[in-house]
Design a protein around this ligand. Structure first.
Ligand SMILES: [Zn+2]
Ligand SMILES: [Zn+2]
Length: 431
């Protein structure tokens, strides 16, 4: 019985592992209402089959009645895992299926965090994208993102423009500064996500930039043959500057195939993975369908590095150059498990490995990549929670775009919608 997360409210749906919680199943529409005179049989399944303290599998059924239209299921949710509550209406010996409801129990470190969806790598018409910086932000909310940064090529200013477009407007979408950093004579692309100043601007004063890189180069241990010491030192310079501004430094698309080769040499890529001057790896990059090999390689490389003991934080990004072109935008994003959607929390959570990269191609089941524990949880969230979350965001995103097109009602509508999505999310935790 597939569950339809849009028909019911389940509170809480995310519960603390190894404790008893009463889960309230509240139908939102008349066509799924519980009958006041019926008995409902709930069968419990732990998805990973360890649930010794709850008495499972011997004890796995309960007969319940709805009170004020709500069915309350008390259960001891053991371990960190997904749980199925199968609800059927008891009609004598017959059972009429209602629906399966899914609950996830989490250990405290993850239970204290919320999932935030975001895209940290996108372009506007200030570089080679299609739309204005503000439009890109509105379009991000429309597809259910909680945070975003515009990262035009070599430019920081457009990201500030995306913030300014909504100055004085009540918004829940977090719009952060950003830029794609392109140092001279260095093919490596880097993202400055959230930094307080432009790293690209530092290249204008060529003399001092080259002097600073030279100083880094002189202190470097020897690199493998084929890796340019200047290029590596230039990356170190950029990532250090990004961190200086409080930003997250992302190592972009190493397996982008362009001009008949990968755009960075294998030796330089290996040096970067080995020494990890970056904060996060663009595990899933913004590739078109015909470029899918590049993401396959980036994922394979990630597993290879981890098997050698080199753990690394990951992000997924769309690198979209247009929001309405039917490609890239919304296909790839990051889920960060973080205490809040504020920048320091997001950056620290990514650096602490609390994130997954998502690939959500139209018409396909979404996939998540990253540490196993978070991938498993992310699959649950994408199936059970995000459809409602995205639905709430859609309305806000539309009003954001209407505001940009001059609709005088938009500011007031956005004020009314303020806090609604976050409150809904916290409700899933029963808070
Ligand atoms: Zn790039
Ligand atoms: Zn880009």
């Amino acid at each position: 019985m597939p569950s339809n997360p849009l028909y019911y409210d389940l509170t809480p749906q995310i519960v603390r592992a190894d404790s008893e919680t009463a889960v309230r199943i509240h139908p939102l529409f008349e066509h799924v209402a519980f009958k006041s005179d019926a008995v409902y049989e709930v069968t419990y399944y732990p998805c990973e089959e360890f649930s010794l303290r709850s008495g499972w599998p011997e004890k796995n059924k309960m007969a319940l009645r709805a009170e004020n239209g709500v069915l309350t299921v008390p259960w001891y949710f053991e371990g960190e895992q997904e749980h199925v509550l199968r609800v059927e209406e008891a009609q004598g010996e017959r059972r009429k299926p209602v629906q399966d409801f899914r609950v996830y129990s989490l250990h405290d470190d993850l239970y204290s965090r919320y999932p935030y969806k975001g895209d940290m790598h996108m372009h506007s018409f200030r570089s080679d994208g299609q739309e204005s910086p503000g439009y890109v932000a509105g379009a991000c909310r429309r597809i259910g993102l909680d945070f975003m940064a515009l990262t035009d090529h070599g430019q920081f200013a457009p990201s500030l423009e995306s913030q300014k477009a909504f100055e004085g407007i009540d918004l829940d979408l977090r719009i952060y500064p950003g830029e794609e950093v392109h140092p001279p004579q260095n093919p490596v692309h880097m993202i400055n996500f959230g930094g307080s100043f432009s790293v690209n601007d530092l290249f204008r004063d060529k003399e001092s930039y080259y002097a600073a890189v030279k100083a880094i180069e002189e202190k470097l241990p020897a690199l493998p043959p084929g890796a340019s010491p200047y290029q590596y030192a230039s990356c170190v310079f950029c990532f250090e500057k990004i961190r200086e501004g409080g930003g997250l430094g992302i190592f972009c698309h190493p397996y982008w195939f362009t001009d008949n080769r990968y755009h960075i040499s294998g030796a330089l890529t290996s040096a970067i993975f080995e020494r990890r001057p970056f904060d996060a790896y663009e595990l899933i990059g913004g590739y078109h369908r015909f470029e899918a090999e590049s993401n396959t390689l980036q994922v394979a490389r990630y597993h290879e590095e981890r098997s050698q003991g080199r753990e690394m934080p990951v992000v997924g990004v769309s690198d979209a150059h247009g929001c309405d072109r039917g490609d890239l935008f919304g296909w790839y994003y990051t889920i960060v498990f973080s205490p809040s959607s504020g920048l320091p929390d997001l950056a620290e959570s990514v650096k602490g490995f609390y994130s997954v990269a998502v690939e959500a191609m139209p018409g396909e089941m979404p996939r998540a990549y990253g540490p196993f524990r978070f991938v498993k949880y992310a699959l649950f969230l994408m199936r059970e929670l995000f459809p409602r979350h995205d639905d709430l965001c859609y309305e806000e995103g539309r009003w954001m775009l209407r505001h940009l097109s001059g609709d005088p009602r938009a500011a007031d509508m956005l004020t009314r919608l303020r806090g609604r999505t976050e409150a809904w999310l916290k409700d899933r935790w029963g808070r």
